[in-house]
Write a protein that binds this ligand. Structure first.
Ligand SMILES: [Zn+2]
Length: 154
């Protein structure tokens, strides 16, 4: 399942990407363009914008009710019964949505802080924006959030 979301749910976009879900973040003020792209690519619309939701036609969509990004994520996961797969976690660039590639630690050298290079063995890189990712404390925190999400699913 792939998504497209607008600025009304910007933080949720990041979370969907953390879970590994292909999510386009539509930032421009062109709702017709958004709907067009959603149809073209078979994406599910996620928004808090009631007008946009009304204009969606036959498009699969969710009108988000919650304000808190974590609760919003819960809403999406529940409604679409999204599988939470640990292997998919952090497989996608949080900035540009591309699928990350695992890289040799030597490639990360000089591009990440020295102590990170010396204390981590696994790095991945975004093929589009070149950002390097590693599994640090940030990762542990987010993984814990996802675990909580899994416990609260039913
Ligand atoms: Zn990227």
């Amino acid at each position: 399942m792939t998504f497209i979301a607008d600025k009304t749910v910007g933080k949720l976009v990041k979370w969907l990407r953390i879970l590994g879900y292909d999510t386009v973040y539509w930032r421009s003020e062109d709702p017709q363009g958004l709907l067009h792209r959603a149809r073209d690519e078979g994406r599910t619309l996620i928004t808090k914008d009631t007008k946009l939701y009304k204009d969606k036609g036959s498009l699969k969509a969710l009108l988000v009710q919650e304000d808190n990004p974590y609760l919003q994520l819960q809403e999406v996961v529940r409604l679409f019964k999204l599988p939470l797969n640990k292997a998919m976690l952090f497989s996608r660039c949080l900035i540009c949505n591309s699928q990350l590639e695992t890289v040799d630690p030597s490639e990360a050298r000089g591009e990440v802080p020295d102590y990170i290079y010396h204390t981590h063995r696994t790095f991945s890189r975004c093929p589009s924006c070149r950002k390097i990712y590693w599994t640090g404390t940030h990762y542990e925190h987010m993984a814990a959030v996802v675990e909580r999400l899994q416990e609260n699913r039913s």
